[in-house]
Design a protein around this ligand. Structure first.
Ligand code: MTE
Ligand code: MO
Length: 444
């Protein structure tokens, strides 16, 4: 053991013993769809870290930092999943039926997320075959003036092409922190990405078909199938109000980062809706309906993608009629460099950076704290390359002494709304956790 390792507050052995009953935490699990298992393993994990919990008095807050952090590289090794087609082995698979995988924060360090690093969120079974040459997009619905069909070639030839970098974040990103827990994929921080998308404006295509005055909503249908295999059921069919749909940045996209969209992210065509839960960005897009009412497709009804209209106490049951559809995503940020768990020499400046995004708004500030939120310093923040793209920030920290530190990042949007330090309003399905991201650093 070298001297720096000896300084680590939690030794690999301690972590190992804490993990001995369940290796699910601390190594990226191949499958951890069961929330109970996770809670149990976290409890076991904490048992081995009693002093740490006592130190902060906030075990549930601290617990998530350490497994990915100060542990031996052998333990930290990802249980690489059976490789997901087109994806980095470093993605963490949360579920394999259907495939759902998130991106560790440090793999989101690029300004433009690499295709192989973008998370995968499937509600159903991805299409088994994709016939690009014969792919047809149909636009119809009660509030469409007519029904029209476009091949990919027609879309590309008929409408002006646009490229935008658009942040897509799953509404359930951060669900793993909910207490009481919420069922579903236990996303930590990695169900977000901001690649560059190329396609035609959704608005241009809708206008080409003709939108009746009574239009209220649009809805999408994709080629994936329901997890049950039942062909009469849709995996998911969501949408947005027509006013949102007509914004410039929304695309019917065929390319991501100047190449075909990865199969798992919706090749050959997907909807890209900026600022709203990524569940509104339909993959394997085959049909868009212009509705004269709020779209009533699969996963539009409560409790899916809805939160209590008024805040509720944690754990409470909420009636369907008291749940409201999630609109724009809240202000959030991520620390993408360095990786959590760095061992850093005190004499050196600690360089830290990441991204921040604010739904339909703009990020106006990012602040960094290295003392558990007691003091904050302003980070340098770049403007977005376009609306609905994440913004890059960076900062430097001089630690006052040696020991265990955390770096916290807190972004503020153009309305002066900041990220909370802890889980904001609890809700039954575990949506909209925009609590500050925290990084563990051992200063030696
Ligand atoms: N057709 C289809 N579109 C879909 C989904 C899906 O399961 N099927 N999942 C939605 C959800 S919940 C999210 S978060 C995003 C995820 O996009 P990604 O898998 O490309 O990261 O796609 C959305 N669009
Ligand atoms: Mo999602």
């Amino acid at each position: 053991m070298n001297p720096t390792q000896r300084k680590v507050a939690v030794s690999p052995a301690q972590v190992q013993s804490a993990l001995s009953n369940d290796s699910n935490i601390g190594t990226s699990p191949i499958v951890s769809s069961s929330h109970e298992r996770r809670v149990l393993s976290r409890r076991r994990f904490l048992l081995g870290l009693g002093t740490f919990g006592a130190l902060t008095g906030a075990q549930t807050l601290l617990a998530p930092l350490l497994p990915s952090g100060m542990i031996s590289s052998a333990l930290a090794q990802t249980n690489s999943p059976a490789t997901i087609i087109g994806k980095s082995a470093g993605l963490v698979v949360l579920n394999d039926r259907p495939i759902n995988a998130e991106t560790p924060a440090h793999m989101l360090d690029d300004n433009i997320t690499k295709a192989e690093n973008m998370f995968v969120r499937n509600n159903g079974i991805p299409p088994a075959s994709i016939d690009v040459a014969n792919w047809v997009l149909t636009i119809e619905g009660e509030s469409a003036k007519e029904s029209k069909q476009y091949t990919l070639a027609e879309l590309k030839q008929k409408f002006t092409h646009h490229s935008y970098q658009i942040t897509l974040e799953c509404g359930g990103n951060g669900r793993a922190e909910f207490s009481p827990g919420a069922k579903g994929n236990q996303w930590t921080t990695g169900a977000v990405a901001c690649p560059k998308w190329t396609g035609v404006r959704l608005a241009d295509v809708l206008k080409d078909v003709g939108i009746k005055d009574d239009a209220v909503y649009i809805g999408y249908y994709g080629k994936d199938t329901h997890i049950s295999g039942d062909p009469t059921k849709d995996a998911i069919s969501r949408g947005v109000p027509i006013s949102k749909a007509l914004e410039d940045e929304n695309l019917i996209a065929w390319a991501m980062n100047d190449a075909d969209i990865p199969i798992m992210n919706g090749h050959p065509l997907r909807l890209v809706i900026g600022g709203w839960p990524a569940s509104t960005s339909g993959k394997w897009l085959e049909r868009i309906v212009i509705r004269d009412r709020v779209h009533d497709g699969a996963k539009m009804a409560a409790p899916a993608y809805r939160v209590p209209c008024e805040p509720v106490a944690p754990g409470i049951e909420v009636a369907a009629e008291d749940m409201c559809i999630i609109h724009a995503m809240p202000i959030k940020s991520l620390i993408t460099y360095p990786k959590s768990g760095e061992i850093h020499e005190k004499e050196n400046q600690f360089v830290v950076r990441g991204h921040a995004w604010a739904g339909d708004k703009v990020v106006s500030d990012v602040h960094i704290s290295a003392d558990f939120g007691q003091t904050w310093q302003s980070a340098s923040l770049e403007k977005p390359v376009n609306r609905n793209a994440w913004q890059h920030w960076h900062s430097q920290i001089q630690f006052p002494n040696k020991g265990y530190f955390e770096v916290w990042a807190k972004a503020t949007d153009s309305d002066g709304v900041s990220q909370p330090m802890i889980l904001p309003g609890w809700n039954p399905k575990g949506y909209l956790n925009n609590a500050c991201h925290r990084l563990a650093v051992q200063v030696v």
